[in-house]
Design a protein around this ligand. Structure first.
Ligand SMILES: C[S@@+](CC[C@H](N)C(=O)[O-])C[C@H]1O[C@@H](n2cnc3c(N)ncnc32)[C@H](O)[C@@H]1O
Length: 322
């Protein structure tokens, strides 16, 4: 095993490298402990929990769960009570099941705990495949950093969530993921989302605005946000607009690379720039950008991922055009 789960100071448990891990290594690969489908909402969480084995339910309830603060806690309680009432009404229609279905406070508390664990630990798995959101046992022990050294991606064909090293990780170093969907946000916005969603104050190097590194990153991100707003206000969809969009995306790539961010999002920006170059008739530049994107994808999602395979096909198609 190249990792272990142990105490990570005030963060609770965390996942740590037990050996040096090279960039691109698949650190772990897990099937979901609890998953909901695209057509399911909150109810899906409770239905899925009902069919868990005793051990899996224990594993789920052992995970950390943040209540989401006063407002969210109230909303969650309402959803739990509503679900239990709905079930009771269902069992009244089938009187033989009524005694075992009357909700107890204990069962509602358990539903609330399941709900909190799900909301604090689940990942949105993106467009492909039937599963929409899921919790993974060991992945759920990975703490957050705004400058993470690993990235998680769901592999829909394997039905597994894979975590890949975004850079070389030293033995003993904590493995971290970015919990936030938006890259390039400034510290205040990241802090507010992490506080509300997960109940912690991030102390990663990007959030330490008293350090030179933190300050520099913050200035870069703020500057880029300003440019995006200006760009959005002025952009036009003609050739000039395409060039402006291309330049803007390239600047984003530079910002993220300067910050040390090299995951799937940056790979997808390289593919965006490649597509813009195609529209502008610049095939060689397009191939170069797509190859760079594919190289990043190989590290962060692995060459067996369907998105990687799409990238290979994209480049093949570009190369075959005369
Ligand atoms: C998905 S869990 C991660 C594993 C968790 N530490 C545990 O003991 O199970 C998310 C929770 O871990 C803690 N956490 C994660 N990243 C953190 C960080 N950078 N700083 C402080 N706490 C963090 C928060 O309590 C958060 O709600």
């Amino acid at each position: 095993m190249i990792y272990e789960i142990r105490q990570a100071g005030a963060k609770g448990l965390g996942l740590f490298a037990t050996n040096p891990i090279a960039r691109g290594t698949r650190i772990l690969s897990e099937r979901p402990l609890l998953a909901i489908r695209q057509d399911q909402d909150v109810d899906g969480i409770f239905y899925a929990a009902k069919s868990l084995t005793k051990n899996d339910k224990k594993a789920l309830l052992d995970l950390s769960g943040h209540s989401g603060g006063q407002h969210l806690e109230l909303v969650r309680w309402m959803q739990v009570v509503w679900w239990n009432v709905k079930n009771l009404v269902g069992s009244v229609r089938q009187p033989s099941t009524i005694t075992s279905s009357i909700p107890s406070i204990r069962s509602m508390q358990e539903h609330m705990a399941i709900f909190n664990v799900f909301r604090s630990n689940s990942f949105n798995l993106g467009g492909r495949g039937r599963i929409q959101q899921a919790v993974f046992d060991n992945v759920a022990r990975i703490n957050h950093s705004c400058l993470p050294n690993a990235q998680g991606n769901f592999h829909s064909t394997l039905g597994r969530f894979n975590v890949h090293a975004l850079r070389d990780i030293k033995s003993g170093e904590e493995v971290t993921l970015n919990y936030l969907p938006e890259l390039g946000a400034v510290a205040a916005s990241r802090g507010s989302k992490l506080r509300k969603g997960y109940g912690f104050e991030c102390d990663c190097v990007a959030c330490d605005l008293t350090s030179a590194r933190g300050k520099l990153g913050e200035e870069r991100r703020a500057e880029e946000r300003k440019r995006i707003k200006e760009f959005a206000a002025t952009v036009e969809k003609n050739a000039e607009g395409l060039v402006a969009e291309l330049k803007m995306t390239e600047r984003f790539i530079q910002l993220f690379e300067a910050e040390g961010i090299t995951g799937r999002e940056v790979a997808s920006m390289y593919f965006e720039v490649a597509k813009l170059n195609v529209k502008l008739g610049r095939r060689d530049e397009a191939i170069q950008c797509a190859e760079k994107g594919l190289e990043l994808d190989e590290y962060c999602i692995g060459s067996d991922h369907p998105t990687y395979e799409d990238g290979v096909e994209f480049i093949k198609a570009l190369k075959s055009k005369n």
